[in-house]
Design a protein around this ligand. Structure first.
Ligand code: GDP
Length: 295
């Protein structure tokens, strides 16, 4: 259903052919196609604007390499810029010098936060890191049950104090328990709401202040498209994130949210969720994502 940028540039290429330099006038059409491709890939409008102007600057005056079609060269410039903006390489998860490493999960309800918490625990086990999951969403009993079920499924302990306890206190005690039990990493699942909500943000900030996490991972649904940008903006300015997990990448999306999240927060996407199963988590690679965004 998506048209690849290379196909879009087909006609532009004809105009570029026979010219020995990519110049301001001859890249106008090509740049317009990049803009369209990125918007279709769900990159936020502001991010597209910034990105496109960077590409334009990089491409202008670039000498055409003998034997390389100018449109291919142009795509290469766009691809490289995408990789650069998305951080270049895979960014690993924090590992504290003194255990436990504390990871705080943040995000809206329904994005896949609880699932990602379990996925992360399973991933860490492969690195021989033991985990404790902490259930602080006291507002929905089903949320605690969901984490308990996932914990049983992957054989990872879950710390919870029911729905009457204070979420900040649950988080604090969870970290203390991990320390006492010699567990390597604590992953704190937090309450989400359907929309940004002041009390949710205040609670997250309080948990962060109390447990001093090494990672605050924002869980973003890749299918939300443009909204991922404002979501990131709010969470990053109010809580401060250290990275993100982009979920539902198995869906019908090019994944442009990755670019928005990175550009807006300056923090790396660390993993992508590629399915409902607990095994469906992959490290994020800027290079692969650039190819997917461009098609
Ligand atoms: P939370 O409210 O943010 O904790 O979200 P959940 O973890 O309960 O997930 C919400 C729904 O999204 C569930 O039906 C999950 O199975 C589903 N889900 C989570 N991650 C993914 C993913 O990467 N791909 C797909 N297709 N579904 C996912």
């Amino acid at each position: 259903m998506f048209e690849a940028l290379s196909d879009r540039l087909e006609s532009t290429w004809k105009k570029l052919r026979g010219q020995d330099k990519i110049s301001e006038s001859n890249i106008k059409d090509a740049v317009r196609e990049v803009r369209r491709a990125l918007l279709e890939a769900d990159v936020s409008l502001q991010v597209v604007k910034d990105f496109v102007s960077a590409v334009e600057t990089n491409a202008q005056g670039a000498a055409v390499i003998a034997g390389v079609r100018p449109d291919q060269q142009f795509i290469e410039i766009v691809h490289n810029e995408l990789v650069r903006v998305m951080g270049g390489d895979n960014a690993p998860l924090a590992s504290a010098a003194t255990a436990p490493t504390v990871i705080l999960m943040a995000g809206l309800q329904g994005t896949g936060k609880t699932t990602a918490t379990a996925k992360l625990a399973l991933h860490l086990r492969k690195e021989n890191r033991s985990t404790l999951l902490v259930a602080t969403d006291v507002y929905r009993p089903a949320a605690i049950d969901q984490l308990l079920t996932l914990g049983r499924q992957i054989d990872v302990p879950v710390f919870e104090l029911g729905t009457d306890a204070n979420p900040v206190e649950i988080a604090r005690q969870g970290v203390a328990k991990a320390k006492a039990d010699g567990i390597n990493t604590v992953i704190i699942d937090t309450a989400g709401r359907l929309q940004i909500d002041e009390s949710m943000m205040a609670e997250l900030a309080q948990i962060k202040e109390t447990v001093q996490p090494h990672e605050v991972l924002l869980v973003v649904d890749a299918m939300t498209g443009q909204e991922a940008a404002s979501l990131t903006e709010t969470f990053h300015s109010q809580i401060g994130i250290t990275g993100a997990i982009l979920t539902k990448m198995d869906g019908d999306t090019r994944g442009g949210a990755a670019l928005s999240v990175r550009q807006i927060s300056g923090q790396p996407i660390k993993f992508i969720g590629v399915g409902e199963k607990v095994e469906a988590l992959q490290p994020f690679y800027p290079d692969r994502m650039a190819s997917r965004i461009l098609g």
